[in-house]
Design a protein around this ligand. Structure first.
Ligand code: FES
Ligand code: FES
Length: 157
């Protein structure tokens, strides 16, 4: 089987994968990084969102073998020195989760939103930018508040 080498959460890794192996499978099944979730088989739910070379992508829609030499950040890689990232802290403080299944993808999308749209996010922007992330249990209100608060907190951090 071919080998793919990449950097995940700052660590160089290599794995033997099949041509059909997806990035999300590489992360979860080969590297044991199970914070990245699979919530659909249609690339709709966004639970699998990670950052690839700094940009948010749905890792269920990326072939592992196409990731040679790339840099990937997963939810396991966003907290520094044992402290929650401000966006994670905001989800905690604003109760932006219920079962938590969608939360890793929401946080990774929230961080990507800040990268693209800045730290002052109005509600409409957050809601429209979250179109690719499905939550089955919170009704989104607290997720939206959490992303807005997390984005503001990142400016102060
Ligand atoms: S598992 Fe990737 S979008 Fe649902
Ligand atoms: S918190 Fe349960 S799916 Fe979103």
């Amino acid at each position: 089987m071919p080998t793919v080498s990449l950097t995940v959460n700052g660590r160089p890794v290599s794995a033997e994968v099949e041509g059909r192996t997806l990035l999300v499978q590489l992360l979860r099944e080969h590297l044991g990084l199970t914070g990245t979730h699979v919530g659909c088989d249609t690339s709709q739910c966004g639970c699998c969102t990670v950052h690839l070379n700094g940009k948010g992508v749905k890792s269920c829609a990326v072939l592992a073998l196409s990731c040679e030499g790339v840099t990937v950040t997963t939810i396991e890689g966003v907290a520094a020195e044992g402290r929650l990232h401000p966006m994670q802290q905001a989800f905690h403080e604003h109760h932006g989760l219920q079962c938590g299944f969608c939360t890793p993808g929401m946080i990774m999308s929230g961080l990507d939103m800040v990268r693209r749209k800045g730290n002052d996010l109005d509600e409409h922007t957050v809601r429209s930018q979250l179109e690719g992330n499905i939550c089955r249990c919170t009704g989104y209100h607290n997720i939206v508040r959490a992303i807005q608060a997390g984005a503001r907190a990142m400016k102060r951090a």
